[in-house]
Design a protein around this ligand. Structure first.
Ligand code: NAD
Length: 298
């Protein structure tokens, strides 16, 4: 049993903290949102009134926050209250540079740290089947692995500090591009009079097969658990997809990598957000591709 503080109990952090409780860890959580705090309390998380209160006596602190600004702010604060030697893990998706910066904060406070972003979405968070992509020293990884195993089924040590975020950004660029491609294929099929099910039956067992099609199908019917069957309620919001695509483009430009398809996907999601759909699941992009909403984009 490890005493764990969990900061950020939202769509992902809430179920992740619940799985730590189920695995027998003592979890104290904090979130700015009252609704998230109340939901976490129902799953056995002991809810604290502040970050300071949550991290006091913790042997491990995990953060699951929206973006790098939140992570920089929260790590700066929490490192003032933890004992040296406390393992600090960030599972948010953020840019590599900020990830390295917070590792540096932790290092100065005498704390080992890991960047450990995840893949698998809210369903994976609830089922405890996330994939963790981990960056950090061998020592920090061997301390954190068993904790991450309570929330995920695959834990990959990608390399030193920042390597987890690098892997996450590359993975999500593939996801943004592949979802746009699958949406386009369904729109084309509709225009050609081909049923959704027929395209799915062929492509899911042919060379068009990919996660965006077989697990997260953007049309209702073929995959009953996909957000398309629930009026595109997220899931993974289009705004978060856009955030990750922007991170990939920032990293591509800083490293000189050519990513023209990633740039195109970023433009599509940027337009989709401008049209007011940022809070919808990212697979709802298919609605924009079907229509002529571009004409009204601001
Ligand atoms: P979310 O917005 O549902 O949850 C974030 C939580 O952080 C919110 O409850 C918010 O109140 C809280 N928060 C913000 N600032 C805080 C602070 N200073 N102190 C305490 N709490 C604070 O977001 P999410 O969907 O859980 O995503 C979290 C991270 O995981 C993001 O970086 C996202 O890119 C990544 N991610 C999300 C998914 C997904 O499917 N939702 C999948 C993989 C990765």
């Amino acid at each position: 049993m490890t005493k764990i503080a969990f900061i950020g109990l939202g769509n992902m952090g809430g179920p992740m903290a619940a799985n730590l409780v189920k695995a027998g860890h003592a979890v104290t959580g904090f979130d700015l949102s009252e609704a998230s705090r109340n939901a976490a309390a129902k799953t056995g998380v002991s809810v604290a009134g502040s970050i300071a209160q949550a991290v006091r006596e913790a042997q491990c602190v995990i953060t699951m926050l929206p973006a790098s600004t939140h992570v920089l702010y929260v790590w700066d604060e929490l490192l003032g209250f933890v004992d040296p030697g406390t393992l600090i893990i960030d599972s948010s998706t953020i840019d590599v540079e900020s990830a390295r910066k917070v590792h540096d904060f932790a290092d100065k406070a005498g704390c080992p740290s890991l960047d450990a972003p995840v893949s698998g979405g809210t369903a994976g968070a609830a089922a405890g089947t996330l994939t963790f992509m981990v960056g950090g020293s061998d020592g920090a990884f061997s301390r954190g692995k068993h904790i991450l195993e309570s929330m995920g089924k695959k834990i990959v040590h990608c390399g030193d500090v920042g390597a987890g975020q690098a892997a996450k950004i590359c993975n999500n660029m593939i996801l943004g591009i592949s979802m746009a491609g699958v949406c386009e294929a369904f729109v084309l099929a509709e225009r050609l009079g081909l049923s959704h099910q027929a395209l799915f039956d062929v492509a899911s067992t042919s060379s068009g097969q990919c996660w965006s099609l077989t697990t997260y199908c953007p049309v209702p019917g073929p995959v009953p658990t996909s957000p398309a069957n629930n009026d595109y309620k997220p899931g993974f919001t289009a705004s978060l997809m856009l955030k990750d695509l922007k991170l990939s483009q920032q990293a591509a430009s800083a490293s000189g990598a050519a990513t023209p398809m990633g740039a195109q996907a970023a433009q599509l999601y940027s337009l989709f957000e401008k049209l007011g759909h940022g809070g919808e699941d990212f697979s709802a992009l298919i609605r924009m591709l079907r229509g002529n909403e571009e004409a009204t984009a601001g």
